[in-house]
Design a protein around this ligand. Structure first.
Ligand code: ATP
Ligand code: MG
Length: 243
């Protein structure tokens, strides 16, 4: 049975899709089979980041509507990663019950399933939560996004997500020293969600992921994703950011 996580944030652009991709690569490197589900209806991006856009024909909406078999909607990315694209528009047929039944069809074939939620806490967010049991709340270390993280965490719990952990993304020590950004302790306190890892600001995330490439081995963000992936599999690994 797969461990199923919704990756959510409240505010947009904080790195949900990048973190989803980074964790998929890291878990795949560890030998896990991973399904990345794009839950951002109408604004999908995982197919570009994980480079499946040229060969994805069906999306999860097609699975729900019976237009294809569940395996026909999967696109193979690098390693042990598969991507399930998001539909381009909402349909009354997409409900918490139908998306959950759709995800359950993939349960046996994967170790991890990540549902990359849209920004906000409305309909698309609720559908993404219905795909998962646990939540990863992504926040950048600034007051506005941390408030969004707190709201997303509370809403995810209302949607039945049982266990929540936070990933602080775009951590930047200089920003904290200059008082532009919150430190790690304050980010945790204000968001009210336990930390599972810290991903540094790393220009390679932009360069590589927007071009559909994995991060280079020397990348600090890649090292951070590897640490978090270990923690997700139950291995011990430090929480602290890369120096
Ligand atoms: N750790 C990082 N270091 C540097 N840039 C990053 C990092 N994480 C994400 N980014 C950049 O931030 C931008 C937004 O990232 P991403 O699309 O993953 O956010 P998102 O939360 O999924 O956005 P949306 O809410 O629109 O779905 C992208 O240009 C990405 O390359
Ligand atoms: Mg996104």
């Amino acid at each position: 049975m797969a461990k199923k996580f919704v990756v959510a944030s409240g505010k947009g652009g904080v790195g949900k899709s990048s973190v989803t991709a980074g964790l998929c690569y890291a878990l795949s490197d560890m030998g896990c089979k991973v399904l990345a589900v794009d839950a951002d209806v109408g604004l999908r991006s995982l197919d570009i980041i994980l480079k499946t856009d040229s060969h994805s024909v069906f999306d999860w909406g097609d699975v729900i509507r019976g237009n294809c078999l569940p395996e026909q909607a999967l696109s193979s990315a690098s390693g042990n990663i598969c991507v399930l694209a998001a539909p381009m528009r909402f349909s009354p047929e997409y409900t918490a019950e139908t998306v959950r039944a759709m995800i359950d069809k993939y349960d046996k074939g994967f170790d991890f399933i990540f549902a990359d939620a849209p920004a906000g806490i409305s309909e698309g967010f609720r559908l993404a939560c219905a795909m998962a049991d646990e939540g990863l709340i992504i926040s950048t270390p600034d007051g506005v996004c941390v408030r969004g993280a707190e709201a997303a965490g509370a809403s995810a719990e209302e949607e039945g997500i049982k266990s929540l952990r936070m990933i602080i993304n775009r951590f930047n020590r200089k920003g904290i020293e200059r008082k532009h950004l919150l430190n790690i302790d304050d980010t945790i306190d204000f968001a009210g969600v336990r930390l599972i890892g810290v991903v540094p600001e790393d220009i390679q995330v932009l360069f590589c992921f927007t071009g559909g490439k994995p991060l280079p081995k020397r990348s600090d963000a890649r090292k951070a994703f590897a640490r978090i992936a270990k923690r997700l599999t139950g291995e011990k690994s430090p929480l602290s950011p890369a120096k």
